[in-house]
Design a protein. Structure first.
Length: 457
C-alpha cells in the first residue's frame, strides 16, 4: 500500500542528497494502465536494434542487450526523483550516425562512440552538480541553436532517403505508415475530430504505436517484409558477449585515445544543445499539469535531471555504448502521461506513478519474446517512422527558435553543413557567420520573422 500524500504536498520520498528516492508500491501507486501501454510501446524502443546492427555491426542478441541496459536505466529517473518519461536524444541520433561513420567499422568506430558518450556524460554530470547548465546554454546564440536543431532534422530525413537506405528497402510501407503517423500526430483535422470521438482520442494518445501496428500487417501484405514468426518464452540478451567484445574491456577495442575525446567535443556540444531543449520541454509539460492538479506538488529540478542522465550516459559508455544516447525525455509519451494525469486523481494518483509504471512496462516488454518476435521484421520501418517524424519536429522547432531573418539565414546555412559535413564543421560555420553578421548588430535593423510575412530582400 503506497504512502498517501496530503493535498497540495509533494509525493512521499526518501531524501538522499540531490535525489528523492521513490519506490513503487511504497512511495507511489503502480499505474497499471501506463504499465500496459509501456508494454506495447516497447516496440518503439526496439527500433534502436537496426541502428546498432547497421552502424556498429552488432548481432541482434548483443543489440537487444544494449536496449535492455538502457531500459533498466530509464527507471532511474522516477526512482531518483525526476518525474519524467526519459528516452533517446532522438534529434541528435542522425548526427551521431554521421559522426561515427567517419571512423572505420570495428574497434575504431566503437572507440569513437565510447569517447563521445563518456564525454557527454561527464559534461552533463559536471553541469548538473555545479548548476551551470542553464547558464551555459544561453551562451549559444539563437541562430546557432536553430541551425543545430534544423540540421538534425535534415540529417534524420537524409538517413532514411539516401540511396540504398531504409526507403529503398520498404518504400510502400514507409509512405503509407509514415503518412498515417503524420496525420495522427500533426493534422489539425484529426485533432478536431478527436474531440468528438472517444475511440479516436484513445488512438491519438498512443503516439506512434498505431504506425507500428499497421506496419506489422501492411508490410507483409505488400511483400516488403516476411510475416512475423511468433516465438514464445523470454529473450536472451547476450550481456557477456557485449561486455567482452563491444566495450573498452575487450582486448580488440581498448580505451579510446585522448585524441578521440578531443575530436568528440563539437558533437558533444551539439548533443547537449538538443538535450537542453528536452529539459525545457519537460519543465513546460509539468508546469502545464500543475494548473489541473493542485493536489500534487510537482518538483522538477533541471540540475537533478542533468546528474541522472549524465550518470546514465557515463555508465552506458562503459557497459553498453549506444547510438541513441541517454536523454531526459520521451516527449510523445510524456505528453500522454501528463494528459492522463490531468484527468484527475481517479485516473492517475501521482505523476511519478504514471511515468515510473510506463517505463517498467517497456522494460518488461524487452524480455517478452512474443512481442520482440512480432516486431522484429518491421524494425527498419519503425526506425524510418521515428526518424522522419523527428525530422519534421526538429525542423519546425528549429525554425521557431530563430528570432530574426538573419537568424534563419545563418541557421539554414549551418543546418546544411551540420547535416552533410558533421557537427564540427557546422559549429565552426555558425560561429563565423554569427561574428560576420551579428557583431555590432543593432536590434532596430533586425527583421523579425514572425512579425513580417514577406522577407524579400
Amino acid at each position: 500500500m503506497a504512502i498517501k500524500r496530503e493535498f497540495g504536498k509533494e509525493q512521499p520520498y526518501i531524501p538522499a542528497g540531490p535525489f528523492k528516492i521513490r519506490i513503487p508500491f511504497v512511495h507511489y501507486k503502480f499505474e497499471w494502465a501506463d504499465y500496459v501501454q509501456g508494454l506495447l510501446m516497447c516496440a518503439v524502443c526496439l527500433g534502436a536494434i537496426p541502428m546498432l546492427q547497421e552502424y556498429l555491426g552488432m548481432p541482434f542478441e548483443v543489440a537487444i542487450a544494449v536496449v535492455v541496459l538502457n531500459g533498466i536505466l530509464y527507471c532511474a529517473h522516477v526512482f531518483l526523483g525526476d518525474p519524467v518519461v526519459p528516452g533517446w536524444v532522438t534529434p541528435a541520433i542522425p548526427l551521431l550516425m554521421l559522426y561515427v561513420s567517419d571512423y572505420k567499422m570495428g574497434p575504431e568506430r566503437m572507440q569513437a562512440l565510447i569517447a563521445f558518450e563518456m564525454t557527454l556524460g561527464l559534461l552533463a554530470l559536471f553541469l548538473g552538480i555545479t548548476g551551470l547548465g542553464k547558464k551555459i546554454v544561453h551562451i549559444v546564440p539563437n541562430a546557432m541553436q536553430a541551425g543545430i536543431i534544423i540540421g538534425a532534422g535534415i540529417a534524420a530525413v537524409n538517413v532514411i532517403f539516401v540511396k540504398g537506405a531504409r526507403f529503398d528497402q520498404f518504400p510502400i510501407s514507409i509512405i503509407v505508415c509514415v503518412g498515417l503517423g503524420f496525420y495522427l500526430l500533426f493534422s489539425n483535422h484529426f485533432k478536431s475530430i478527436c474531440k468528438k470521438n472517444r475511440f479516436l482520442k484513445i488512438v491519438s494518445n498512443l503516439g506512434i504505436l498505431p504506425i507500428i501496428a499497421l506496419a506489422i500487417i501492411f508490410a507483409p501484405l505488400v511483400g516488403e517484409t516476411a510475416w512475423p514468426k511468433i516465438e514464445w518464452g523470454i529473450t536472451k540478451p547476450a550481456f557477456g558477449v557485449l561486455w567482452t567484445q563491444w566495450t573498452f574491456f575487450s582486448k580488440n577495442i581498448g580505451f579510446p585515445p585522448i585524441s578521440m575525446f578531443i575530436k568528440a567535443l563539437p558533437m558533444v556540444i551539439t548533443a547537449y544543445v538538443v538535450l537542453f531543449g528536452d529539459m525545457i520541454q519537460s519543465q513546460a509539460l509539468l508546469d502545464d499539469c500543475k494548473k489541473d492538479r493542485p493536489d500534487e506538488l510537482i518538483d522538477y529540478d533541471p540540475n537533478r535531471s542533468h546528474i541522472i542522465f549524465g550518470l546514465r550516459n557515463l555508465l552506458m559508455s562503459v557497459i553498453g555504448p549506444d547510438l541513441t544516447m541517454c536523454g531526459p525525455l520521451w516527449a510523445a509519451m510524456q505528453v500522454v502521461v501528463c494528459e492522463r494525469f490531468k484527468h484527475g486523481k481517479e485516473s492517475m494518483d501521482s505523476i511519478n506513478g504514471g511515468a515510473g509504471s510506463f517505463r517498467f512496462g517497456t522494460l518488461t516488454g524487452y524480455f517478452l519474446l512474443p512481442i520482440v518476435s512480432l516486431c522484429k521484421p518491421i524494425l527498419g520501418i519503425a526506425l524510418a517512422s521515428t526518424m522522419l517524424i523527428q525530422g519534421y519536429v526538429s525542423i519546425r522547432v528549429g525554425v521557431m527558435k530563430a528570432r530574426t531573418a538573419n537568424d534563419l539565414g545563418i541557421a539554414g546555412i549551418m543546418a546544411a553543413i551540420v547535416a552533410t559535413r558533421g557537427a564540427a564543421w557546422g559549429l565552426a560555420a555558425g560561429v563565423v557567420l554569427c561574428i560576420l553578421i551579428k557583431l555590432g548588430n543593432k536590434p532596430k535593423y533586425d527583421v523579425m520573422i514572425f512579425e513580417n510575412e514577406n522577407l524579400d530582400i
